[in-house]
Design a protein around this ligand. Sequence first.
Ligand code: 6PG
Length: 562
Amino acid sequence: MSDTQAIFPALREVPLEAIERELDNMWREHNASVARGTSQAYSRNSVLTLVAFTQGPRHARQVLEAIHSLTVQHPSRAIIISADPADRGSGMRAHIGTYVARDSSSYGEDLVVEAQTEADVARSVSALEDLMRRKKTRCAVGDISWAAQAPWRDIVAQFFDPPEAQPYLEGIERVVIEYAAGDEDAATNSSQASLFAGWLASRLGWRIDPAQKSGLDSSRQYTLRSAADSVIVLEIIARFNVAQRSWWEDPMSFGADAALVSPDGHRQDDVAWVRHGALMSVHLASRLGGPRATFAVARERDLMHMSAASEGAVHLEQLDDLQAVARRAAELFVERALAARTRGRFTVALSGGSTPRSLHTLLAGPDSRNQVDWTQVQFYWGDERYVPPDDPESNYRMARETLLDKLPEVRPQQVHRIHTELPDPAQAADLYEQELRGEFALPAGALPRFDLVYLGLGPDGHTASLFPHTEALRVRERLVVANYVSKLASTRITMTAPVLNAAATVAFLVAGSDKAAALAAVLEGPRDPETYPAQLVQPVHGTLYWLVDRAAAAGLKAHQFE
Ligand code: 6PG
């Protein structure tokens, strides 16, 4: 007697071929007992078919119980593919049964298909598919993990929707997929990443490089070939030590948009937990003749954000004046800092220039000051003028005087300024890039994801230190660069567009009539980021706020304000 039989005594063991026939028999036997008056009539109900892959009968039992409890209203057909390495039997066997949901008048059907190894899992699926094709069974094979990945497929597909992004599909040369490994990376955990890689490869017509050992498994690095025969390196990275829970452990948290209840019991939209095997991030590096561009598609937790907050949204808010803009910007800071509180870390990139002064004053003021745990805030700068840190022109100095000096809780290690005292701006940029990579623990080719980035807008349409027609506009593979600005006859240090676009929230603060023409050109003019660099800012997987005052908005014609 196999473990499966021991654990599922009620299930009847049948050869795969006989599944449907035996279920019909069971149905008939049941009706006979109804006719004998020994049981209640039930309708046979199996329109919803759930397929789950599990590791062994014990796990299968858990899944089955969870499916039963989940399908109370609507009994379904549950197909459990249970790879049972301990079972040295003859490969695939099916165990079928029926169950009656507590208070429903219909019953569901259970199939536990045993498969010894992962390979058997694949064979079981194709065997079931074959049965379906030959109408030997009445169910469509649906795969929970496939369904669970739908948001990821959507996001990656959406990512390449914009016409200017599509050519990069041809130039993809590297894909990094991170998934949540358990303490000990269980085989099924990595299958999600393999499944996603398989989808990407099938969609883009990639094939395994003949030199590559067969199959996509979890041994991490693969060489693929594009339709144009270019090499694509695929890397699957296990992320350990991520807080994990499986949906059957907490039915309430089943599905991204469920209310997440934090360990201390209160509802929170930002509890950092993830399912076993769930994808954490997908990074694509592509080259189009020029420098390599790196695209980051988000972490699992963000997907939850996505279901909670409308993803990729752009909010244009007209406010009375600079003070009102500053108040709204401070509100956003507090809101985002509170949302990040359970993570114990809130990363913000400040902007330079004069506009943020009022914001900083408000943040250091009584209203915001007491709402934020300042020990959690990590301060960065989106850009810096290449002047000493105590220079009146220094963005760091401005922030120090208007904000940091008023926050004694903020320790020096929370302040990540750009070291403009170094003789060589390029060196300062490199150093800052390394700091970002270190502080955000970035895998190669990955981008830091700031919780909040503040930006200004120059009268010429520049933002950060991405000035019109300057080198930095086209940089995609660096996080931070030294950017020579001929019209200023000086060099600036600036974060690049991919970093700004990887942020969860980006907020432009724009005030004053001298910005009206640039704002209209950026928001309503033809797409020309070389001339209006602020047009480059389109968070891939985040929310964009334009907080503008009436004077700056005076030139806008097409926009309706909220
Ligand atoms: C800088 C900035 C820059 C600034 C705009 C707007 O270092 O100058 O980062 O991008 O945001 O130039 O500046 P004002 O707020 O002074 O108008």
